[in-house]
Design a protein around this ligand. Structure first.
Ligand code: UDP
Length: 359
């Protein structure tokens, strides 16, 4: 297939602004290229493709980043800046896509506009939905596409898909990772880890409180999206509990993350998947997570970590105490079997081919 993959309008690829969607794009593109498909990526000006996706063509558009819909009031209006990145990206898809001979467009952005224009677009647009329900108008468009042709939609987890009104069982593709890029670390240090955008929906405060309870430092990797929230979390625990490590490229992130005794994953929202859960497991780091959303499907309690009742900090701290029973090699094995880049590319290909009526 000849595919046009449209990146998030939240910022350039490589900046971290789009969170896990950036890594999803890199792995999807590299995996589809490996399977012999032609891929063009359309993204914000200033984007760079990772080395193993560099064989893809890169189209870029200038424009102000779109504000994330997840931080808008759930039932408020959708706001799109005139000549912002979002409308520019999709104008280019509509204007140049048909003439360039793409078989399909793969949208990775969780914005209202591409969903809204799908049924009338002059080329087939498919959506890998990256979030659970965050906005009423977006939910309505996803439901409208589902009742028109649900084959245009895929999800990362069943819990995520359950947020939407879907007439058919969902296509669930999980996610995929470049496993050779994650080194297995057999021997941890007395350190806990937390990875994610530092924003309220990610629940860092609960992980910080659990770390303080067990008396271990918590290393935090990720973009400080909400500095006031970061400061409030820091003030809520004894000095020295949190080690801010910043937003690191994958190569450095995995080298540091691998040394953790456990990753704490404490989202307050219905996390669509939980890239960081799988990245930790790939390094051999067990994950202690809330039984909620994607992480609740990814972590195999007792085998690759522990699942505890959502928002229960005492249970989180108690589970950290049990984590030494988990065999670190079993964590890595689970990822190899279920979440490699190759597995993702096969699932994406099957989904797109089915939606294009190509058995
Ligand atoms: N990440 C990273 N470096 C860091 C911290 C995070 O590259 O220092 C990436 C991480 O690999 C993951 C993404 O940020 O792919 C966070 O994705 P996730 O799906 O957990 O959450 P999202 O931010 O999309 O809600």
């Amino acid at each position: 297939m000849k595919l046009l993959v449209v990146a998030s309008p939240l910022g350039p690829l490589g900046s971290g602004a789009a969170g896990g969607v950036e890594l999803t794009l890199a792995n999807a593109v590299a995996g589809l290229l490996q399977r012999g498909h032609g891929v063009t990526v359309l993204a914000a000006a200033g984007s760079c493709l990772p080395a193993d996706a560099a064989a893809a063509a890169l189209w870029t558009c200038p424009g102000a980043p779109q504000a994330s819909v997840q931080h808008a009031p759930h039932d408020g209006p959708i706001t799109i800046a005139p000549e912002g990145l979002l409308p520019r990206l999709w104008r280019r898809v509509l204007a140049e896509g048909p003439g360039a001979g793409f078989d399909a467009v793969l949208n990775l952005s969780a914005d209202w506009l591409p969903f809204w224009l799908t049924p009338t677009a002059p080329l087939p647009i498919f959506h890998l939905v990256s979030m659970g329900s965050v906005h009423g108008a977006l939910d309505a468009e996803i439901a409208a596409i589902a009742s028109w042709d649900q084959r245009r939609l895929a999800f990362h987890s069943s819990s995520q898909a359950a947020d939407f009104a879907l007439p058919q069982p969902p296509v669930v593709v999980g996610n995929g990772f470049d496993l050779p890029a994650y080194a297995f670390c057999p021997q941890p240090e007395p350190l806990l880890g937390w990875v994610g955008r530092v924003a309220p929906e990610k629940g860092l405060e609960d992980a910080a409180a659990a770390a303080a309870q067990v008396g271990l430092p918590l290393a935090v990797w990720g973009l400080r999206e909400d500095p006031a929230y970061a400061a409030a979390v820091e003030a809520s625990v004894p000095a020295g509990t949190l080690q801010w490590r910043g937003f690191l490229p994958t190569a450095e992130l995995q080298a540091q993350l691998g040394r953790c005794r456990a990753l704490l994953n404490t989202p307050k929202w219905n996390e669509a998947y939980g890239n960081v859960v799988v990245e930790a497991l790939a390094c051999g780091v067990p994950v202690v997570a809330y039984r909620r959303g994607g992480p609740g499907e990814l972590v195999q309690s007792g085998l690759t970590g522990e699942l505890v009742p959502p928002d229960d900090v005492d249970a989180l701290a108690a589970a950290v105490g049990r984590v030494e029973r988990i065999e670190r090699a079993a964590c890595r094995r689970w990822v190899e079997q279920h979440a490699s880049r190759e597995v993702l590319a096969e699932r994406l290909e099957a989904w797109l081919q089915a939606g294009l009526n190509r058995p």
